[in-house]
Write a new protein. Structure first.
Lengths: 106, 118
């Protein structure tokens, strides 16, 4: 199975900051990576598809990049509504393992 | 609009069984693979099981293989997860998720809570 890691596990930032979360795969997954946001008590919501595609309706301050084994999710200008846990997921091969998550706090 | 509505969660004793359901609407259900994903308290998302759209192929996480069975009724637009021999570490919120065009999950239900405790 492909293993996914994320860093940091928790991130504390100020409103308006640029925030960067890193996701690494144990082997190359090309660009078969998605990012999800999960707020407390809510279902996960897809933000980014195929590493850098912005899901319809997601604010453009969210930006995904990377390919191969290293990927980043950047939030340009952190907003109060962005407090959540962020997960990456590879779907290069079954099972589509998730990263352990990064909790963003303000 | 796509909607996924899970039900069937609850409190069950270790070794017990439970069947989760996910009622789908707003898309051609039989066309898409569906999955169950869970999140235990203090833990991250864990893929549990997936089933293809038609002539279904099924896939399971090692942690549930042999204990859980995923199935679907395309005539009723419903996804199921039959869970047996439940353990404390199966306690989690279980989400039903629709596979998108790229193999990721484009829609999720709100989840149903399963608690395994004596």
């Amino acid at each position: 199975d492909i293993q996914m890691t994320q860093s940091p596990s928790t991130l504390s930032a100020s409103l308006g900051d640029r925030v960067t979360i890193t996701c690494r795969a144990s082997q190359s997954i090309s660009n078969w990576l998605a990012w999800y946001q999960q707020k407390p008590g809510k279902a996960p919501k897809k933000l980014i598809y195929k590493a850098s595609g912005l899901e319809l309706g997601v604010p453009p301050r969210f930006r995904g990049s990377g390919s191969g084994t290293e990927f980043t999710l950047t939030i340009d200008g952190l907003q109060p509504d962005d407090v959540a846990t962020y997960f990456c997921q590879q779907f290069y091969s079954y099972p589509g393992n998730f990263g352990p998550g990064t909790t963003v706090e303000i | 609009d796509v909607q996924l509505l899970e039900s069937g969660g609850g409190l069950v004793k270790p070794g017990g069984s439970l069947r989760l359901s996910c009622a789908a609407s707003g898309f051609t259900f039989k066309t898409y693979a569906m999955s169950w994903v869970r999140r235990a308290p203090g833990r991250g998302l864990e893929w549990v099981s997936s089933i293809s759209g038609s002539s279904p192929r099924t896939y399971y996480a090692d942690s549930v293989q042999g204990r859980f069975t995923i199935s679907r009724d395309n005539s009723q637009n419903t996804l199921y997860l039959h869970m047996t021999n439940l353990r404390a570490d199966d306690s989690a919120i279980y989400y039903c998720a629709k596979e998108g065009n790229y193999g990721d999950y484009d829609y999720w239900g709100r989840g149903t809570l399963v608690t395994v405790s004596s």
